[in-house]
Design a protein around this ligand. Structure first.
Ligand SMILES: Cc1cc2nc3c(=O)[nH]c(=O)nc-3n(C[C@H](O)[C@H](O)[C@H](O)COP(=O)(O)O)c2cc1C
Length: 412
């Protein structure tokens, strides 16, 4: 059973996705707000930053380096969403990351995307995650948990529920289910009551995450899942206060982030965005309008970081975001997608992003394949390439916890 095609197209950006956006040529409104945007402390002190700084602050945390393990869905949880012992081992192996952002966990049964993703809405999920955070802490690491509601990226065979979304617009792709690939279903439009209860679910999930030992949570507003579906014009056709004008389409994301911040404190909250990314059938339509408004609204709430997917220091978009967001910025570089990783694992691009004003660098596949990535990058040692690609989103130990450290490779 090969899940790769489906999940690459859904859990993460595809090869056909580009990071270029219309924000590269901001409209008149955007240009005006660029001119009035607050100066960024980030850009001015960029020259002093290095990937291996040992005292970088992130909210209440002091991180031992500026490398963040990006959230990566690996589908190793039990069918009921309880994290398994194998996940504790995997994350503990990668505890030398400055920060680990654990894979997307659902705040409700209806928010389930794919089979075997973890959850964070019931006591047994808290117990399961506690095993993971304990293992990582004992190994010297720190973790946030990403919270993700799939919205239309779901299937009744995966969740037992008809997916819900801002509007009844189906994903233009198949969905992976335990029975294989199936046509996507048309999601049911959320009522305003359901929107409110989903906001509350995110807050409760964040509380659970803190109880499970996470230092904080990342609200997933990227990659075409529910929050992104509210932002985008092609998935949000609503005519009420959650649809239409930019101020309405950012309302749900803003309410979620505010509720989570109220619940656990803004210093424990990050937000992941993917401006202009067309993954999972998303067409924002007015990227250059929506993100300035969203960043302004988030700035009032003050989450501890903003995390940008496929950040590219050669694109005006990155510099625009840096100018608008005066808080901590985590940048996930745009590396070769669907191709072998660069031989340096993304280090050169990471350093260019730091120089352009990013505060932390999130890497995904390099951490997946290299449990000791930080040491390898620090010393310039060769990297493991990703192998067993078909096991990225399914399976057990193979392709998961069996990537060797440099010392293990040398001893073998
Ligand atoms: C196996 C896999 C699973 C992923 N799952 C998630 C996820 O749960 N949440 C998310 O925001 N991004 C997810 N992504 C995207 C990564 O966080 C990251 O943005 C992407 O891999 C690009 O970074 P890289 O080039 O360093 O790998 C996933 C990527 C991969 C390879």
């Amino acid at each position: 059973m090969n899940t790769e095609t489906n999940t690459l197209a859904t859990a993460a950006p595809t090869t056909t996705t580009t990071a270029t956006t219309t924000a590269a040529t901001p409209g008149p409104g955007a240009a005006a707000s660029i001119a009035t945007a607050a100066d960024t402390a980030g850009a001015s002190s960029a020259a002093e930053r290095g990937l291996f700084d040992t005292d970088a602050r992130l909210g209440a945390l002091t991180l031992p380096n500026r490398l963040v393990m990006a959230p990566m869905t690996r589908n190793r949880a039990a069918a009921d969403g309880v994290p398994q012992a194998i996940m504790a081992k995997y994350y503990a192996q990668r505890a030398s990351a400055g920060l680990i952002i654990a894979e997307a966990a659902t705040p409700s049964a209806v928010g389930i995307t794919y089979p075997n993703i973890p959850a964070i809405h019931a006591p047994e999920h808290v117990v399961g995650w506690r095993r993971v955070t304990d293992a990582v802490r004992e190994a010297g690491g720190r973790m946030f948990l990403q919270i993700q509601h799939g919205g239309r990226i779901g299937h009744p065979d995966n969740s037992g529920h008809m997916p819900v979304a801002p509007s009844p617009v189906a994903l233009p792709d198949t969905m992976f289910t335990p029975a294989g690939h199936q046509p996507s279903v048309v999601p049911r439009e959320m009522t305003v009551d359901e929107i409110r209860s989903t906001v509350a679910d995110f807050a409760a999930a964040a509380r659970n995450a803190v109880e499970a030992g996470f230092a904080g949570v990342e609200v997933h507003a990227a990659n075409g899942y529910l929050l992104h579906q509210f932002l985008a014009q092609n998935t949000n056709l609503r005519t009420d206060e959650y649809g239409g004008a930019v101020a309405n389409r950012i309302r749900f994301v803003t309410e979620v982030v505010r509720a989570v911040a109220d619940e656990i404190g803004a210093e424990r909250v990050g937000v992941r965005i993917a401006p202009g990314l067309t993954v999972n059938g998303i067409e924002e339509g007015d990227t250059e309008e929506i993100y300035p408004a969203l960043i302004a609204a988030l700035s009032e709430i003050g989450p501890t970081y903003l995390h940008v997917v496929f950040a590219d220091p050669d694109k005006p978009l990155f510099h625009d975001i840096r100018r608008r967001w005066s808080g901590t910025l985590v940048a996930n570089p745009f590396l070769a997608w669907g191709e072998p990783l660069p031989a340096d694992g993304g280090k050169a691009q990471a350093e260019r992003l730091l120089a352009a004003g990013a505060d932390f660098i999130a890497l995904g596949r390099s951490f997946l394949a290299n449990p000791d990535l930080v040491d390898r990058l620090r010393t310039g040692a060769p990297l493991n390439q990703v192998r067993d690609r078909h096991l990225m989103y399914v399976g057990g130990e193979t392709g998961y916890t069996d990537y060797p450290t440099l010392a293990e490779s040398r001893a073998a």
